[in-house]
Design a protein around this ligand. Structure first.
Ligand code: FAD
Ligand code: NAP
Length: 524
């Protein structure tokens, strides 16, 4: 019997193991993948890199680790982030308590948690920490006929370790979210011909990626503590000066100049963080959205393609914007074709490629599905988690997730979710949110000393209503996004993350703890 079972060995699971061990607890990690790293183990598609600067998209819990690790780029690629996480696993001697290649399929509570793995092994623990990731379950391909395809196909979230050779191939990419936007320019470099099947255009900003100069690294390291605490005081977990003005308070020229500076910063918050009301006021948002569209018109030579690539269906920032390296410019290449599958939807995959409902046929050797994930709830409901009264989490969340603080759920004692629905999670620099959650969970376990904890229905209802109200006061619900569950057919349309920002959220979580875990029942 372990003190805690942790499911997942990504950024969340690795840190959770380290913290729980530090408390003297016996913890075991189960990880479905053949290696540690989570997102950065699975997403090996060409061009995969982070959208938060490396020096911020990294753990802060160990000043020694901060000082000894040297990031080579502003936004490093997947291999470097994976190497970092492997280094963390080795440096903190985590591997001896991680069981790789082991998928958890069920967990049942009867005073403790009994976990069943895919191979039928049963393991028990007092506490269960689901560090299963918000973007770890790729959506199945929703198009008919894939089995008949004679070529090679891959989902970006399950990329083969040996890589894919596109040389001379006729390649089709379906999907233009962050994964598509990152991979398309790199695939275009290699492919004989690339066809991009776009249903919805996305806002994307140039990353201005490049090597990190030694003096930049030194400066960051010299003041790391300050940088981290600034990040924790922001809305997004990305260190930046807070906006103080409404976009509508300033004149057109001043606003354009501010957006231009934001554009050149190469950051998720460069433009979005410029004014206070970009995510709450449609007219304010329109000014930023139109600025980005004007940039797309400058970057894309063919006006028809430029218009097709210009998002008009959702406000800027209500889907996570992408940071790209030459995305829009890629459509100026003669060997790249943009196809609008909103206008003429994909009918089926055929033996030789893809056919649209309008009857257009595209001959393809390789298909790439950059079609996204069953986000936030997918990995949690994939496991048959049954709480105190035998009811499953899947049934309990049928109409959408209900949690207390995104950390716990009523009816599921001693269960914790890292960056669960109802927390800032995917709206933030995830590492900031992950560390905050893991620290909160570890402090809670230290406080409990083996006792049982369960969120009360009342606290859960109040928090879920608060999450909904805060979300409703923003523009987020205006988008058909994966934040809303809108990308998965049949999934309830509920805005899942907490839009109150990481600073306020941390304060609320700390207050709950300071009041002896207010809103939780503690027994035993
Ligand atoms: P994950 O890294 O997803 O790890 C969860 C692990 O749990 C996985 O390894 C999975 O195999 C395992 N698992 C799940 N279910 C089970 C089960 N039942 N049994 C056993 N194991 C299981 N966020 C940012 O803030 N900035 C970025 O730049 C950024 N870039 C991203 C790029 C991509 C391509 C993607 C997909 C996401 C990105 N994200 C980014 C979000 C990213 O998921 C988080 O930043 C972070 O890596 C999540 O860590 P995690 O440990 O919580 O989850
Ligand atoms: P995504 O944002 O959900 O994008 C999926 C794309 O596939 C969308 O363009 C979608 O079109 C399209 N699509 C889905 N199903 C389709 C279908 N049946 N037919 C045609 N098109 C279809 O997924 P993602 O790009 O993998 O990104 C998910 C999240 O992961 C991001 O928002 C981000 O948080 C994270 N991520 C970050 C980075 C990074 O920059 N570091 C990189 C990758 C991922 P519709 O919009 O019309 O549904």
């Amino acid at each position: 019997m372990y003190d805690a079972i942790i499911v997942g060995a990504g950024l969340s699971g690795l840190y959770a193991l380290h913290r729980l061990r530090g408390l003297g607890l016996r913890a075991k990690v189960f990880e479905a993948a053949g290696g540690v790293g989570g997102t950065w183990h699975w997403n090996r598609y060409p061009g995969a890199r982070c959208d938060v600067e490396s020096v911020d998209y990294s753990y802060s819990f160990s000043p020694e680790l901060e000082q000894e690790w040297d990031w080579t780029e502003k936004f490093p690629g997947q291999p470097e982030i994976l190497a970092y996480l492997e280094h963390v696993a080795d440096r903190f001697d985590l591997r001896r308590d991680i069981l790789l290649g082991t998928r958890v399929v069920a967990a049942r509570f009867d005073g403790g948690w009994h976990v069943t793995t895919e191979t039928g092994e049963r393991v028990s623990a007092r506490y269960l920490v689901m560090a299963t990731g918000c973007l770890s379950v790729p959506k199945p391909v929703e198009v008919d006929g894939l089995a008949s395809f004679r070529g090679e196909w891959h989902h970006t979230g399950r990329w083969p370790h040996e890589g894919v050779d596109f040389t001379g191939r006729r390649v089709g990419v379906v999907g233009t979210g962050s994964s598509g936007i990152q991979s398309i320019p790199v695939i275009a470099e290699q492919a004989g011909h690339l066809t991009v099947f776009q249903r919805t255009p996305n806002f994307s900003l140039p990353a201005y990626n490049g090597p990190l100069a030694p003096e930049t690294r030194r400066a960051v390291k010299a003041a790391y503590g300050l940088r981290r605490s600034l990040a924790r005081q922001t809305h997004s977990g990305i260190p930046a000066e807070p906006a103080v003005q409404s976009a509508l308070e300033v004149g057109h020229e001043e606003r354009l100049a501010r957006y231009q500076t934001g554009w050149e910063r190469g950051s998720l918050v460069g433009i979005l963080g410029a004014y206070t009301d970009l995510l709450i006021d449609r007219a304010a948002n329109d000014t930023a959205a139109e600025f980005v569209r004007s940039k797309i018109r400058e970057l894309v030579e063919d006006p028809a393609d430029a218009e097709l690539l210009s998002p008009r269906d959702h406000p800027f920032g209500t889907k996570r914007p992408c940071l790209d390296s030459g995305y829009f410019e890629t459509f100026n290449r003669d060997d790249v074709t943009l196809v609008d599958v909103r206008e003429d939807p994909i009918a089926e995959i055929t033996a030789n490629g893809l056919r649209t409902t309008g009857g257009s046929e595209y001959e393809l050797d390789t298909l790439v599905f950059a079609t996204g994930f069953d986000a936030m709830t997918g990995a949690l409901t994939a496991v048959d988690i049954r709480g105190a009264h035998g009811r499953s989490l899947r049934e309990t969340w049928e109409a959408g997730p209900r949690t207390y603080l995104g950390l716990a759920a009523a009816g599921f004692p001693n269960l914790f979710t890292v960056t669960g629905p109802g927390s800032p999670s995917v709206l933030s620099n995830m590492v900031v949110s992950i560390e905050q959650h893991v620290d909160w969970i570890a402090d809670c376990l230290a406080f409990l000393e083996g006792r049982t904890i369960e969120a009360t229905e009342a606290a859960q209802e109040a928090w879920t209503a608060h999450v909904r109200d805060v979300g409703a006061a923003t523009l987020y619900p205006a988008a058909d996004s994966w934040y809303m569950g809108a990308n998965v057919p049949g999934k309830p349309r509920v805005f899942m993350p907490y839009a109150g920002g990481v600073a306020l959220y941390r304060q609320l979580c700390d207050e709950v703890a300071a009041k002896g875990y207010e809103g939780f029942a503690i027994t035993g």
